[in-house]
Design a protein around this ligand. Structure first.
Ligand code: PNS
Length: 166
């Protein structure tokens, strides 16, 4: 193991789901620290939650983790961000076969850009494999219940968001 045992877990996290939480918890069995890195794309952002809201939700979820889980944001290339944090590994979750092509392309491109940076794939837990931020938002927007699929604080924020819009 490298001395600097830090993994970067990048994504949109719009919002964080129990699938993401499960993945972070399992990553902590292998790595000392996980940085949840929320990608920002100024001028081209169609996220439901603002960056600040997403960061706050992630921080609330992991506040009891003794600083082993950090939430941060980055702009630009993921590989540059990971290098700036001295991380050697990128973590990504794989749910179904349908995730594979997109993930494989990203992992290959990132490898080409920074060959020393590895991508580790974790299989999503069996009770979370169908959860996605996109579906969670759609279900709540149409009045459905997503309790148990997202952390409690996220559930409240989702309900507030769609109550205000409806
Ligand atoms: O949760 P998502 O939307 O699947 O995450 C995708 C993400 C943020 C990991 C990816 O779009 C990304 O790495 N964006 C940063 C820009 C970058 O490095 N692009 C080249 C990737 S090969």
């Amino acid at each position: 193991m490298p001395l600097n045992n830090v993994a970067v877990y990048p994504g949109s996290f719009d919002p964080i789901t129990n699938g993401h939480v499960d993945l972070v918890q399992r990553t902590l069995r292998v790595f000392d620290r996980v940085i949840i890195a929320i990608a920002t794309n100024p001028g081209k952002d169609s996220s439901l939650f603002s960056l600040e809201e997403r960061l706050q939700m992630v921080r609330e979820v992991f506040k009891a983790h003794d600083g082993r889980v950090q939430a941060d944001s980055f702009e630009g290339l993921l590989v540059d961000y990971a290098e700036s944090k001295r991380a050697t590994v990128i973590i990504r979750g794989l749910r179904a076969v349908s995730d594979f092509e997109y993930e494989f392309q990203m992992a290959m491109m990132n490898h080409r850009l920074k060959p020393k940076l590895e991508t580790f794939f974790m299989m999503t837990g069996e009770s979370e494999f169908y959860i996605s931020s996109r579906l969670v938002k759609e279900v709540v927007s149409l009045g459905g219940d997503v309790e148990g699929l997202v952390p409690e604080n996220v559930l409240k924020k989702l309900q507030q968001k769609f109550k205000r819009r409806g």
